[in-house]
Design a protein around this ligand. Sequence first.
Ligand code: DOR
Ligand code: ZN
Length: 348
Amino acid sequence: MTEDTLILRRPDDWHVHLRDGAMLGQVADATARQFARAIVMPNLAPPITTMQAGAAYRERILAALPEGRVFTPLMTAYLTDDIDPDEVERGFRQGVFTACKLYPRNATTNSTHGVSDIANIYPMLERMQTIGMPLLVHGEVVSADIDIFDREAVFLERVLRPMMDDMPGLRVVLEHITTRDSVEFVQAAGDTLAATITAHHLRIDRNDILAGGIRPHVYCLPVAKRRFHREALRKAAVSGNPKFFLGTDTAPHRRGDKESVCGCAGVYSAPVAIESYAQTFEEEGALGKLEGFASEFGPRFYRLPLNKDAITLKRQPTRVPESIVSGDIEIVPFHAGEMMSWRMVDEV
Ligand code: DOR
Ligand code: ZN
């Protein structure tokens, strides 16, 4: 390890959207070349709710990767009001499903089949608690009377706290946290609660989306909040507290679907994910804390072994492309057009 080389135990990404079809073909290796494993979100259309669908999707992901790439997609089941706990338990026991994902209905992309009232899935949550299956939460209330910037904070008190009180043994990951409220909530909770933090929420606040013109490529959900929230996320990420770990929420959409009268939510960070985190940790004077956050705390929470191999980042100023095109799909990545100070080098 020198000032210009950073060697890290290979990281995992505990929250990705890999999509399907041609889009999957374009984006899958951006994640797989950096990360050994990734928790794959099930919000396809239709969503992944059965063991068979989960296993078939895993095969399509593996088939989309280049020859020789070693990567383990960890599949998730999409909770609906009428999901079958027996089916999910079978999928968990057979190693198809690693976790279940809770989307409050209509909270985000492809969430129309999501849960309309948490009470509807209590039998499913009780089963997960019994078998030790983690619950991954999109933590926003969706209600016309709640301002979009308050949706996460309100979710903590209205939904998450009562649910955790009722289900004290259920292990929960509060995904892609965006507020100081969530940081404090997670810090104060017991060991059953952890949180992922995206690369982009560590770098942007709402001004980056809205001030001086609308920038659709950094619009995502939960939407980035005020700067003091971002500062709280940065402090949590570099704190060394194992309850906070890496989950990019990389969420590709076609350029035209983002630059639209009703633009889709999602930041495509996979091509520059570890570089972006490295830049943030360095700015915080905490590069030494990156490995725990990126490569150790996630597996510890999920009760999986640490990866044995390593990746190398070089201090090599590199410009991120303005867009990435393959066939008829064009995607604008996070950091488009910017210089990054670190670059992960491929072994091959
Ligand atoms: O910004 C987001 N994009 N947030 C989500 O929760 C879903 C994701 C997507 O699937 O595009
Ligand atoms: Zn997501």
